[in-house]
Design a binder for this molecule. Structure first.
Ligand SMILES: NC(=O)c1ccc[n+]([C@@H]2O[C@H](COP(=O)([O-])OP(=O)(O)OC[C@H]3O[C@@H](n4cnc5c(N)ncnc54)[C@H](O)[C@@H]3O)[C@@H](O)[C@H]2O)c1
Length: 357
């Protein structure tokens, strides 16, 4: 493991390999790393030959290996980002632990409970820095919303409504299979369930859920939850609908609505109607509509902010990061919601399972 100090020169940049260099690596991790002075992207590992050819075409200076063993032969990096499909997270995470490398693990931790438990156990007490890729905690609008809630702007919280929807998954996409770590509840719900606790500082104490299949396995999940304060939450997670990522927090004195795709937080109070924040949000939404999805994904600031926080921690600064244990608790919460869907019952969630703050 590298011991880097705050005064490390650019020659001491953290050398990072991306393991699983598919869509999110290309859209988010690679451009983010290119813009962070402390980071140096040194290798890709991807088992798909066609994907490696594409990577070599786009980034000819960065070697693309087929296996972790090939990467090891060519020289170990200081850190890895794991962005393979969830059923393939365990092996590189254990490999990184064996070599004392730092780890940025994309969500969810893994596809199965046994992989989650093995991975988290292996990393317990590690000295190198492991971070769960719950990047939306680092989104400026999420940070703003959290601050406004905690300063009491809308009073005591009564209910939250959230929607996270993305376009349909293709026929060969791992997101279409629960065994591979897909399904809307695990893939999209992990983010919003994390934010429910992160934004409100409370825990989920019970959950009910209905999952349906419109085109692919579990591509629609509707979940209701009760938080420890008695506040309720209703969430919809959907593949195959217009791209939407919205969280509305309704309190006794007003409401705040986060629209991540246009990066806004709009405020409303019963007495004053929508405030200037809402007008700005609408203006931003109109501007955002002028761009296509790829343009917006490239403009998503939370990946860079999350990776920059990871690198600050690697350099020895005191930074609060989402942990692998946070990811494991979210996995258990998702499992509980899936059980509630099967049984048709509202199920209690133990505090330990729900605490993601
Ligand atoms: N934080 C977020 O907002 C966010 C957004 C999108 C994806 N993700 C996560 O990132 C991960 C990848 O998602 P994606 O959309 O890029 O998927 P993808 O299918 O586009 O890319 C995955 C890549 O991993 C490669 N791969 C397959 N098996 C592998 C293995 N055993 N070892 C190494 N690489 C392997 C594939 O060839 C592919 O290039 C998933 O865990 C997903 O949940 C997170």
């Amino acid at each position: 493991m590298v011991a880097l100090t705050q005064s490390s020169s650019s020659a001491e940049r953290v050398r990072i390999a991306i393991v699983g260099a598919g869509a999110i690596a290309e859209l988010a991790h690679i451009p983010a790393l290119a813009s962070i002075a402390e980071a140096k992207l040194v290798a890709f590992v991807d088992p798909e030959e066609a994907r490696r050819e594409t990577l070599r075409g786009r980034w000819p200076a960065i070697p693309a290996h087929a296996t972790l063993a090939d990467l090891e032969k060519s020289g170990l990096p200081d850190a890895i980002i794991v962005a393979a499909p969830p059923e393939h997270h365990l092996e590189p995470a254990l490999w990184a632990r064996r070599h004392d490398l730092h780890l940025y693990l994309e969500k969810p931790v893994a596809a199965s409970r046994s992989d989650v438990d093995r991975l988290v156990d292996a990393w317990r007490d590690a000295e190198s820095v492991a971070m769960m890729g719950l990047n939306y905690r680092f989104h400026p609008a999420v940070i703003e919303l959290r601050e406004r809630i905690s300063r009491g702007e809308i009073g005591r919280l009564v209910t939250l409504h959230t929607v996270f929807a993305t376009p349909a998954v293709g026929p060969d996409d791992w997101r279409g299979s629960a065994r591979s770590g897909g399904g809307a509840l695990l893939d999209l719900g992990t983010h919003h369930l994390d934010l429910l606790s992160h934004l409100t500082g409370t825990q989920i104490v019970d959950v009910a859920c209905v999952m349906n299949m419109r085109a692919t396995e579990n591509d629609t999940a509707h979940l209701t939850a009760t938080l420890s304060t008695g506040c309720t939450a209703q969430c919809a997670f959907v593949f195959g609908a217009a791209e939407t990522d919205r969280i509305e927090v309704i309190g006794e004195r007003g409401a705040l609505t986060l629209d991540r795709l246009n990066g806004s937080v709009a405020a409303r109070s019963e007495r004053f109607g929508y405030t200037r924040g809402a007008a700005l949000g609408r203006a931003r939404a109109l501007m955002a509509a002028a761009f296509d999805g790829v343009t917006r994904a490239r403009g998503e600031p939370s990946y860079r902010a999350a990776l920059a926080a990871w690198l600050r921690k690697i350099r020895g600064l005191a930074v609060h990061l989402p942990t692998l244990e946070d990811g494991a608790r979210l996995h258990r919460l998702v499992e509980r919601a899936a059980s509630a869907s099967t049984s048709g019952e509202r199920l209690p969630v133990s505090i330990d399972e729900a605490d993601t703050s």
